[in-house]
Design a protein around this ligand. Structure first.
Ligand SMILES: *Cc1c(COP(=O)(O)O)cnc(C)c1O
Length: 383
């Protein structure tokens, strides 16, 4: 008997439920075609929506930053980790978002945890969309505030929760993904912001899957909903459409100054590496200068939706590069994913406990060809 025996028991339970996960190692550069175990696959599962993670300009910027500043940033931002690159990146993010300032974190996950924990406390209330990302939930519970869920994208339920509970608390934060990561639909951001004004709440919008994808300038869901002029805490990641690694918060200069003094996951961690920072700066410049990349992504989204409809394949409602095909059972979802894999296509089954119902989750990139999308649809029809 050892104090660690419970781990084995617990793992057995995970296996029995069919919930066990394991790693699949990709042995090639990222892109629409990838290699797994020396087999090549069409990749319909990347977060690299604009195809920037393997762009020569991002790679050159990262290499130059390593030459200039070395590999590690050697300390936290407030001690010895701060570099001119971080300030350039934060200015570019603020410019894209149309905010006064921005702050970069080690990841989107730690941006959410640190920000929510800094802003909220025991006397406060946090309202989360029921499908919010795990990092918003972790941040909410770490903060010590009272946390309530509202039904997915349901502003009437959110309003009811506010009417019933708001007055019992000091501050209130409404947190939502802009694009929901496992569904692909867009939150009703304008209505949420209107309710927030009425009930005196702050709003944090997680643009992990919106940045670079939505809005005329690629700023995200807030821009797409015509809400760029509203007071919002914008949050996002540098690791999806931006093709690098890290997270950010953008908003008023006062908010950013406050977070620099109060967000533990920013204060007590090492600054973003020079290479990651420089790659993100290069990506933001491309997002600004090459709107046609975003156009190509949207042409691909439209092409896939059209072909699926023509094939009579149902999808969940989507306003993004994430398109899900619902499946009746876990086994159906796994079978479909396996069938595609045999046909040389990589697209994962997403199943409980990650989501309430099983589905095949497809993501598109600007760099997919029409032919690759047609190949996917043909394989789905054969499934
Ligand atoms: C990926 C993701 C995050 C976390 O971002 P990382 O930079 O990968 O830590 C946060 N929120 C949502 C909605 C995400 O999809």
């Amino acid at each position: 008997m050892s104090s660690y025996d419970w781990l084995n028991h617990s793992l057995k339970t995970i296996h029995k439920a069919g919930w066990h996960r394991s790693l699949r190692t990709i042995t090639s550069a990222p892109g629409p075609c990838i290699e797994i175990d020396e087999q090549s696959y069409l990749n319909f599962s990347s977060n690299d929506y604009l195809g920037l993670a393997n762009d020569p300009r991002l790679k050159a910027a990262a290499i130059q930053a390593i030459q200039d500043y070395g590999t590690g940033s050697t300390g936290s931002r407030l001690v010895t980790g701060d570099r001119p690159l971080h300030h350039t990146l934060e200015r570019s993010i603020a410019q894209l978002k149309g905010t006064e300032d921005a702050l970069v974190f080690s990841s989107g996950y730690s941006a959410n945890i640190g920000t929510i924990a800094a802003l909220m406390g025991k006397r406060d209330l946090i309202l989360n969309d029921q499908y919010n990302h795990s990092s918003l939930r972790s941040g909410s519970s770490i903060s010590g505030a009272t946390c309530l869920d509202y039904q997915h994208c349901d502003v009437n339920h959110l309003k009811q929760q506010l009417e019933q509970h708001r007055s019992n608390y000091s501050r209130c934060l409404i947190a939502t993904d802009s694009v929901f990561s496992m569904d692909g639909d867009l939150a009703p951001l304008r209505e949420i912001l209107d309710l927030a004004d009425w009930f005196d709440c702050m709003v944090l919008v997680d643009e992990a899957h919106g940045t670079g994808v939505l809005g005329a300038s690629g700023s995200g869901g807030i821009e797409a909903c015509g809400c760029r002029d509203r007071a919002v805490i914008h949050m996002g990641t540098l690791s999806k459409a931006i093709g690098s690694l890290g997270g950010y918060v953008a908003g008023s200069a006062i908010l950013i100054d406050f977070l620099k003094n109060r967000a533990p996951s920013w204060i007590y961690t090492t600054a973003l590496s020079p290479a990651d920072t420089a790659a993100a700066i290069a990506a933001l410049q491309i997002i600004r200068d090459e709107p046609d990349r975003r156009d190509r992504l949207w042409q691909n989204i439209t092409a896939l939706k059209t072909q699926l409809t023509q094939a009579g394949i149902k999808t969940l409602p989507s306003d993004s590069a994430i398109i899900c095909i619902p499946q009746p059972t876990v086994q159906d979802a796994l079978n479909l994913s396996k069938h595609l894999q045999t046909a040389g296509i990589f697209a994962p089954a997403i199943r409980p406990p990650t989501v309430p119902t099983s589905r095949l989750r497809l993501t598109l990139m600007a760099t997919h060809s029409l032919e690759q999308i047609t190949t996917l649809c043909a394989a789905l029809q054969g499934g």
